[in-house]
Design a protein around this ligand. Structure first.
Ligand code: DC
Length: 230
């Protein structure tokens, strides 16, 4: 009988976690959940409701509003993965914009936001057969996950990848701004007091600075197959 497992993929921003997680989920016929998209959805809500800007952050109001923030995933057959919805609206595209990237770390540092999203993530993953990527999946959401991976690459390599992605989406940004955003997010993600980004002892490091997509995929698929056999 096939035994389903939980695959937790954590690591720095722009390391290609989502791409790899999606590919592995497809190969194993597992559900893929992008938890970063959930934090981005809350950041998008905060921006839309003028709760956050360069000058202010109305954290108290955001916490009050949490009951009205409903995040769902719906599978898009054409794209082959589940897209994120905020209160019924598909916001998959909007949450990738630089404005959201600029504020999402601050939003993700709010303990009440994390509590809500972690509870939802645990519910989604309770029947296993899931690949979840984020920052605290192996450490907080599913410390009992059978396979944990920690992905990293140099900030410059990551900024270059992200910059090319944004150019592709016709965003008017400079490489310097993207590199600064990557470095700022690393700092906030690793230094925040609630669920900081850490590599757990049992996580396997994949540094993909010099790995192709196929090499990473094969490495992770082999790890998953071993776990499924054991
Ligand atoms: O993976 P991403 O870049 O889309 O994540 C967006 C932000 O959300 C990033 O700053 C880190 C944060 N995040 C988090 O704190 N915990 C997670 N499980 C996923 C993302």
């Amino acid at each position: 009988m096939k035994k389903d497992i939980i695959i937790a993929i954590d690591g720095h921003s722009s390391t290609g976690k989502s791409t790899l997680a999606k590919e592995i989920a497809k190969a194993l016929n597992y559900i893929y959940i992008d938890t970063g998209a959930m934090y981005r959805a809350v950041a998008y809500y905060a921006l839309q409701n003028n709760l956050i800007s360069d000058q202010h952050f109305d954290k108290a109001q955001l916490i009050k509003d949490l009951d009205q923030i409903h995040i769902d995933f719906k599978y898009n057959k054409d794209k082959g993965f589940a897209e994120v919805y905020l209160n019924g609206q598909n916001i998959e595209k909007e949450i990738r914009q630089m404005t959201v990237s600029n504020f999402v770390s601050e939003i993700a540092a709010v303990p009440e936001v994390r509590e809500k999203l972690v509870a939802q993530q645990r519910k989604i993953g309770q029947s296993k057969g899931i690949v979840m990527d984020g920052r605290d999946i192996g450490s907080v959401v599913f410390p009992e996950a059978e396979l944990k991976v920690f992905m990293t690459a140099s900030p410059e390599v990551r900024a270059k990848r992200r910059f090319l992605e944004l150019l592709d989406q016709n965003e008017d940004v400079s490489y310097k701004a993207v590199l600064e955003n990557v470095q700022k997010r690393d700092k906030i993600d690793s230094e925040r007091s609630t669920s900081p980004l850490i590599k757990t002892e049992d996580a396997i490091i994949i540094d993909n600075s010099n790995l192709t997509r196929i090499q990473q995929f094969e490495k992770l698929l082999n790890l998953a197959k071993k776990k499924l056999k054991s």
